[in-house]
Design a binder for this molecule. Sequence first.
Ligand SMILES: [Fe+2]
Length: 386
Amino acid sequence: MIGVMYPFRTPPVIWAAPGAAAQLPDEARRLGATRALLVSDRGLLATGTPERLQRMLEGAGVRCAVYADVMAEPSAEWLDPVVEQVKAHQADLVVAVGGGSAIDVAKATAVLAANGGTAYDYFGVDRVPRPGLPVIAMPTTAGTGAEATPNAIFTNTRTQVKEGIVSPYMMPAVAIVDPELTLTAPPGVTAATGMDALTHAVESFTSVKAAPTTDLFAAEAIRRIGRSIRTAVFRGGDLAARTDMALGSLYAGIAICNAGTGAVHAMAYPLGGQFRVPHGIANASLLPHVLPWNLQGSVEKFAQVARLLGEPVDGLSALAAAERAVAAIQRLCADLGIPSRLSAFGVREEHIPAMAAAAHATRRLMDNNPRNLTVEEVEAIYRSAL
Ligand SMILES: [Fe+2]
C-alpha cells in the first residue's frame, strides 16, 4: 500500500474459542440490555441452539424473543418484519445467531430500528446517520465473517442486484465466535461458506488496499482454512478443524473489513441477484477463473498464498509459485465438488454482457482488485467460466 491510509476496524469485543457462547449473558448485561431480540434462521431451530441461548439470556434477567424466520440470501424487503419485531418487543439488543444472512439481517435491523426508513434509504457507503441498537453476532457457519464487518448485503428486488449497506454503525458491538456452534453445519454449507471465507482471505491479501495489519489476518486465515477445510467438510465433527475454520473466517472478515474484496465478489453478485446462486457457491465457482488473471497483477503475493496453502515452492520463481497457488485452489474446488461451470446455474452467453457491466460497475470492489479489468476482460472471464 503506497500513499493512502485507512483506519483499521474490528468489533470492540471479540470472543473466539470453543465454548465462547457461554459469554453471551455477561456480554448482554455489559451492554445494559434488558430486552433482546434473537435473530436466527429456520434451519438452526432444529439444532436447539436458539432456544438454548434464549434460556441463557432469560436466566440472566434479559427478556428474549426469538425471530427465526431469516431466509438465505435475503432481499431488502425481508428486513421490515424483523424491524417490526424489534419494536413490538421493545428490544434494546439484537443477538444474531446463524449464518451470514441472519447476521446481516440483525445488523441492518438494528440500524433501521434506530434510524427509520427501509434498506433502500441506506444502500451504499456511509449513508446511515446514527448508531443502531447494539448487536451481538454469533456465527454458526465459517463463514462470511459478517460478525466482524461493518456491512450487510441484500438483494435489491427493484434491480435484481445485490447491494450493501456499508457504515461503521453496522459493526457488531460484540462478536462471539464459538466453533462448537458450527459442528452441525452440513458438508455442502461448510464447503460453500468455507470457500467464501477463503475468497475473502485471498482477495483481501491481494487487494490494492492490503496493509501490514490486514495481511496479518488474511495470511493466517489462508493458512488455517487451507489446512482444515477438507477435514471440516468431510469429517464435520472434528473440533480442531472447525476451530481453524471459525478463526479463519473471523480473521478473513477482519481483513475484508479493512482491505475489501475484489473482482470475485463483484462478479459473484450478479450470479446471486439474478440466478439466486448462494453467495459462497458463486464465489467458489468464480475464484478459479478469476485468479489466473489476477496473479499477473500481484505475483509476489500469490507466491505467498501458495506457501500459506502448504504448496512446495522452495526453489521456484515467484511466478511459478503464484501459479501453484491458483492450481491448489482449483484442485480444492474440485475436491469439494464446487460447480466450476456457470452454465450449471442457468447462465448463458446472452446473459454475459449485462452481468459484466453490473460487475464492472461495482467500483467499491473492483477498485480493490490487484489487476485492473476492463468490461471486455470481465466478459472474457465469465465466458471462460460458462
Ligand atoms: Fe463473501
